[in-house]
Design a protein around this ligand. Structure first.
Ligand code: AP5
Length: 226
């Protein structure tokens, strides 16, 4: 079977992380979520975390030069030899171009960029109710995916918190950043024939089924060399 090199695209709160975790389990591929990587760096107070924190708190994108190397250096690791799932990267045209040139250097190419689409109303509902575990970043939702015990992570027992950037004014700004800097990637990948759209408004299981069906179709097309 050939490599499966995927990018998950979509606005904040569209469910990229939720689906990325499922894809990781299904395909046993490394899952690189730049938001998770940056939040861990902020927690660890590393140089990367220090460089990123103030941008993240405001809901701004961190500068391209801070984030590009964080991802491109991972693509040449043995664990990513059969493929990878990128969530939250690329988020700007320069990031997409850097990804393309790194893959080209490695003699590889993207399989697809999957755009998870949801309405702004749904985004506000999802981010407003999201709860994230303080220790390992496990994600819940007070209504759509509640933990067994309110405020406590089912997986590691740590406290569930509202992410700093899930405050209403920061959510609004993240959406503006998305529209201005990330939405142009839709045309970028469409023009390369790589864009696949998925309606993300259904339940996580249904959205997961849609993505699996889409990937199965891609595999069939690849086998018959469409
Ligand atoms: P990041 O963490 O990537 O934030 P984001 O893209 O805004 O995405 P989210 O994590 O908010 O949402 P998601 O789509 O993963 O949704 P989730 O599955 O959690 O980035 C944070 C910050 O880091 C950025 O603002 C920026 O500063 C910086 N950054 C990161 N990457 C960068 C880059 N490449 N360049 C520059 N800066 C970068 O779901 C949301 C909620 O909805 C959850 O509670 C979940 O349980 C629930 N939910 C999910 N799916 C469903 C469903 N189908 N039905 C009902 N509820 C659902």
């Amino acid at each position: 079977m050939s490599e499966l090199n995927l990018v998950l695209l979509g606005p904040p709160g569209s469910g990229k992380g939720t689906q990325g975790e499922r894809l990781q389990e299904d395909f046993r591929l490394p899952y690189y979520a730049t938001g998770d990587i940056l939040r861990a760096a902020v927690r660890d107070e590393s140089e990367l975390g220090k460089a990123a924190k103030e941008y993240m708190d405001r809901g701004d994108l961190v500068p391209d030069e801070v984030i590009i190397g964080v991802i491109t250096e991972r693509l040449d690791e043995p664990e990513a030899a059969d493929g990878f799932i990128l969530d939250g990267f690329p988020r700007t045209i320069p990031q997409a171009e850097a990804l393309d040139s790194e893959l080209e250097k490695l003699g590889r190419a993207l399989t697809a960029a999957i755009l998870v689409q949801v309405t702004d109303e749904e985004i506000v509902r999802r981010l407003g109710g999201r709860r994230t575990c303080a220790k390992n970043g496990h994600v819940f939702h007070v209504q759509f995916d509640p933990p067994k015990e309110p405020g406590v992570c089912d997986i590691d027992g740590s406290r569930l918190l509202v992410r700093d950037d899930d405050q209403p004014d920061v959510i609004r700004h993240r959406l503006e950043e998305y529209r201005e800097k990330t939405e142009p990637l839709i045309d970028y990948y469409d023009s390369k024939g790589l864009l696949r759209r998925v309606d993300g408004s259904a339940s996580p299981d249904e959205v997961g089924d849609r993505i699996r069906a889409l990937l199965a179709t891609l595999r069939i097309e690849e086998d018959i060399d469409v």
